[in-house]
Design a protein around this ligand. Structure first.
Ligand SMILES: Nc1nc2c(c(=O)[nH]1)N[C@H]1C(S)=C(S)[C@@H](COP(=O)(O)O)O[C@H]1N2
Ligand SMILES: [Mo]
Length: 403
């Protein structure tokens, strides 16, 4: 089985190279190329299941209507965000090392990890800090993947509690942060690096969170797919996706945050992104309350009268917080209608909702805003920022109502 999986990753690579042959136009040709040259990710079909933003590195998101059919997002509709190549890893050879401020450094293969520690599972939403960047980009251009509202998914993650592994290694008293390093080595900021991140140690050790941080080996009851971090990844409930490092090869216990490019130069809210500004700005950790209307799609022609609307809403990544309310408006925010929740209220998880609103020929936009159980609510607009992160302004879907 392990063997088959590496072969699958190998196929992905060859096919990625094939796709690269048509270069930058791949995205535009994708719908016509489906049968001719699909990029096999072991599930999602590019152009069909996922809108492909680029293939070198691979970035894709589902069409929004595909996100509201189930609380758990199936693999084929789960967004893929990579900054480097998808590495082909042999689980017999690949190891996770735990080092730094520990009494006993560890080296673990997938099999050892699974044998030595109890298996735990948790449902949690993964979302990219760049989700909904395309809307900020309309205010003023931002480089980076032009994510719509689909860089989000909710999955059941299984693996081991990171705290248990750290306890075996024995953490020294001066430890404050956990660095994660991925095996996807690529060039960034003028040097070769794996994707990296760090989190405050206390988040991983917080016993109330069960788990606060996880070394995930499975997603929705199956071994992780190559593009989602096989054989193991960090999964940090409540944090932006960038902290959940895939192809996790190293955990370094440290007294300070990681200096990896993706921690020190990226995933920060800045206006000009000068070196000085980036140095001063704090790294982003917890995600913010957010929502998206998933149906109808933008610019759908609808008759005047009642209209069914569906979407997702995400509470802030603060422990214990759930979605309390979603409201919609078809008159520019003068009056609001409550949506009905169609999925459970669980911390660190999105909640799906549906609503019936009334549209008239004057209705140009459907607005939606969510509020969580701590009273955090979405701002009308998020001020523009240079890297296009954390966009959680009210969601707006244009509709064309027949007169
Ligand atoms: N090693 C590695 N881990 C990574 C990344 C990456 O490029 N390399 N991308 C991060 C980002 S920005 C996000 S949003 C999530 C996306 O996880 P997914 O592709 O499984 O949806 O993975 C994170 N972990
Ligand atoms: Mo991300």
């Amino acid at each position: 089985m392990d063997h088959r999986r590496s072969e699958q990753a190998g196929m992905t690579r060859r096919q990625l190279l094939q796709a690269a042959g048509v270069g930058g136009v791949y995205f535009w040709l994708a719908p016509h190329l489906l049968s001719a040259a699909p990029v096999d990710l072991g599930g999602p079909s590019p152009g069909k299941d996922l809108i492909v933003h680029n293939t070198k590195p691979w970035n894709g998101e589902p069409e929004l209507p595909n996100l509201v059919n189930s609380w758990i997002t199936p693999h084929k509709y789960f967004y893929v965000r990579t900054n480097g190549p998808i590495p082909k890893l042999d689980p017999k050879e690949f190891t996770l090392t735990v080092e730094g401020l520990v009494n006993k450094p560890l080296t673990l293969t997938l099999a050892e990890l699974q044998e030595k520690y109890p298996q735990v599972s948790t449902v949690a939403t993964m979302t990219c800090a760049g989700n909904r960047r395309d809307e900020l980009n309309q205010m003023k251009a931002i480089s980076g993947v032009q994510w719509r509202g689909g860089a989000i998914g909710n999955a059941e993650w299984s693996g081991v509690d990171m705290a248990k592994v750290l306890e075996t290694a024995g953490i020294k008293p001066e430890a404050k942060h956990l660095w994660f390093e991925g095996a996807d080595v690529h060039e960034k900021g003028g040097k070769q690096t794996g994707f990296g991140a760090s989190i405050p140690l206390e988040r991983a050790m917080d016993r109330r969170l069960k788990p606060g941080a996880m070394i995930a080996t499975q997603m929705n009851g199956e071994a992780l797919k190559p593009e989602h971090g096989y054989p193991m990844r960090a999964m940090i409930p409540g944090y932006i996706g960038a902290r959940s490092v895939k192809w996790l090869g190293k955990i370094v216990v440290s007294d300070r945050p990681s200096e990896n490019y993706y921690m020190s130069h990226s995933y920060k809210l800045v206006q000009e992104a000068t070196a000085e500004e980036l140095k001063q700005a704090d790294p982003l950790y917890e995600y913010r309350v957010n929502n998206a209307i998933c149906t109808p799609s933008p610019d759908t022609k609808v008759p005047a009268g009642k209209l069914a609307v569906q979407g997702y809403a995400l509470p802030t990544g603060e422990p214990g917080t759930t979605i309390a309310r979603v409201e919609l408006s078809t008159d520019g925010g003068q009056t609001w209608t409550d949506a009905q929740m169609t999925s459970p209220a669980k911390p660190f998880c999105w909640r799906l909702w549906k609503a019936e609103v009334t549209v008239t020929p004057q209705t140009k936009l459907i607005l939606a805003r969510a509020t969580d159980s701590r009273g955090n609510t979405q701002p009308k607009d998020l001020p523009w920022n240079a890297k296009g992160y954390m966009n959680n302004g009210w969601y707006r879907t244009p509709v064309q109502v027949a007169g």
